[in-house]
Design a protein around this ligand. Structure first.
Ligand SMILES: Cc1cc2nc3c(=O)[nH]c(=O)nc-3n(C[C@H](O)[C@H](O)[C@H](O)COP(=O)(O)OP(=O)(O)OC[C@H]3O[C@@H](n4cnc5c(N)ncnc54)[C@H](O)[C@@H]3O)c2cc1C
Length: 441
């Protein structure tokens, strides 16, 4: 058995691993990227089923950071520029269907009077009492109020996260939720329509699919990537790491940068003081179900949207309309279903059929005859849950691993709820620090 020596081993060739590789290549470093799948991209892959292209749901590129947007715009990809059209679907009393604006605060104006008043009263009560919140459940109630909690935030978040909202920390709020000011909210309910979260109101998307972004980044580092190489064991011997992969290959490296899901890494690494499992590391897995229509057919009600949230008893919590991301794509939707409860007992075909049944029931699909293709894929570790107490455990694990030159970066690697712009920024900020630490321990 031959052992291949190198300075740096990057685990995983999702966007984080690839962006690390691009930078390491520019710096002339000696590195390898080990990826378990036969294809790069991780969560940023584009699937092809027949003539239909589809992603693991939404992959819209937008950012608060000008620098991140400048980076994505600088890549010579053909982008489609879009004004975001996102809605919340509500299947109300007497089967009345509403498609209201997202974020929900902006859509309250479109609700029936009773619901509208409950949302406004709850919002004002929360602002007046100003109670301190310790978790997501309390924050929703205190900051958005009982109306918004009842009509959207609690049912939707319970559906996607599959845990008690009191178990989710306020990190989710600071990372993802930006409530409108009271004045803006009231104005939007009774007077003028407002645009929520301005930096998200426009986005870009590669016309050939999000995979094109990863393929482009891969272009100069192809020889450094080893596909179909699932990392199985990481052993520390003196100042070196030995890495065994699934096909029998063995690598030796001075340092490891891991972007693979942290809970998977912990199972493979033996270092004293590190446990194999931590109860604070919780996550969700997701089924992605695509439905492609025959040419000329359209989805009803939501055909022009980019994506739509569902808080009711539909099996899915979100639908993405791929044909609005790129006008090169045929009419295709992707439904997302969290792996939980009775879903765990269903076969993939049963889940696919349940999605189609709900699409027909709520009227998004006119008839079965319009369908040309369906497909389903399960993806693990789609959403790391920002659980209460997570940060202390993360710091403990990170410090212990870094002592042994094993560094964590990325959405799943560092168990962060970050988007593609966050990946770019984290790699930009953390790689110089990592290289410095190893050069001057
Ligand atoms: C449903 C959903 C919607 C999203 N929407 C958006 C959006 O609209 N806009 C946006 O900017 N971002 C979005 N994101 C976030 C974006 O997808 C991620 O930020 C980004 O893809 C994370 O890349 P990563 O490389 O850190 O992780 P991953 O893509 O998870 O990469 C990890 C890689 O490690 C590999 N791996 C795992 N185990 C092993 C092993 N044992 N050995 C070797 N390799 C292994 C995996 O195969 C994978 O390739 C979304 C994410 C999800 C899940």
């Amino acid at each position: 058995m031959s052992i291949e020596p190198m300075k740096i081993a990057v685990l995983g060739a999702g966007l984080t691993g690839l962006e690390l590789g691009r930078k390491l290549g520019e710096l002339g470093e000696d590195f390898i990227i080990l990826e378990k799948e036969p294809q790069v991209g991780g969560l940023c892959r584009t699937n092809k089923t027949g003539e239909y292209y589809w992603d693991f749901a939404v992959h819209a590129i937008y950012s608060r950071s000008k620098e991140a947007m400048d980076f994505f715009n600088s890549l010579p990809l053909e982008y489609q520029h879009s004004d975001r059209n996102v809605k919340i679907f509500i299947f109300g009393k007497s089967k009345k269907r509403y498609c209201i604006e997202y974020p929900f605060e902006n859509g309250v104006r479109e609700l029936p009077l009773k619901e509208k008043l409950e949302c406004v009263l709850g919002y004002l009560a929360g602002r007046i009492t100003k109670r301190k919140a310790n978790n997501l459940e309390e924050w929703i109630d205190n900051s958005l109020g009982f109306g918004i909690a009842k009509y959207f935030m609690v049912p939707y978040n319970s559906k996607i996260w599959n845990c008690n909202l009191s178990d989710i920390s306020l990190d989710l709020v600071s990372a993802k939720i930006e409530p409108a000011s009271a004045i803006k909210f009231i104005k939007s309910v009774f007077w003028e329509k407002t645009v929520g979260r301005k930096y998200q109101s426009k986005f870009i998307y590669p016309r050939k699919g999000i995979q094109a972004l990863c393929d482009y980044i891969t272009k100069d580092i192809k020889n450094n990537i080893r596909l179909c190489s699932s990392v199985e064991r990481l052993t520390r011997q003196g100042s070196k790491w030995t890495i065994a992969v699934s096909d029998g290959g063995v690598f030796e490296a001075d340092m490891i940068i891991s972007t693979i899901p942290l809970v998977e890494l912990l199972k493979k690494v033996d270092i004293s003081g590190i446990e194999k499992e931590y109860k604070e590391l919780k996550w969700n897995n997701t089924f992605f179900i695509m439905v492609g229509l025959k040419k000329g057919s359209k989805f009803n009600l939501i055909n022009d949207c980019h994506w739509v949230f569902f808080k009711g008893d539909e099996i899915f919590y979100r639908i993405t309309l791929m044909h609005n991301f790129s006008n090169e794509f045929l009419p295709t939707l992707v439904a997302e279903v969290t792996e939980k409860g009775d879903i765990l007992d269903k076969t993939k075909d049963e889940i696919k059929n349940a999605v189609v049944k709900d699409l027909l029931r709520i009227g998004i699909l006119g008839s079965l005859n319009e369908i040309a293709e369906t497909d389903i894929k399960r993806v693990g570790y789609t959403y790391a849950i920002p659980s209460v107490g997570l940060n202390d455990i993360k710091i403990k694990i990170k410090n212990l691993l870094e002592k042994h030159n094993l560094f964590l970066v990325g959405r799943n690697g560092n168990w962060d709820y970050i988007n593609m712009d966050g990946v770019y920024l984290k790699v930009r900020d953390s790689l110089p620090e990592i290289l410095k630490k190893v050069a001057h321990p």
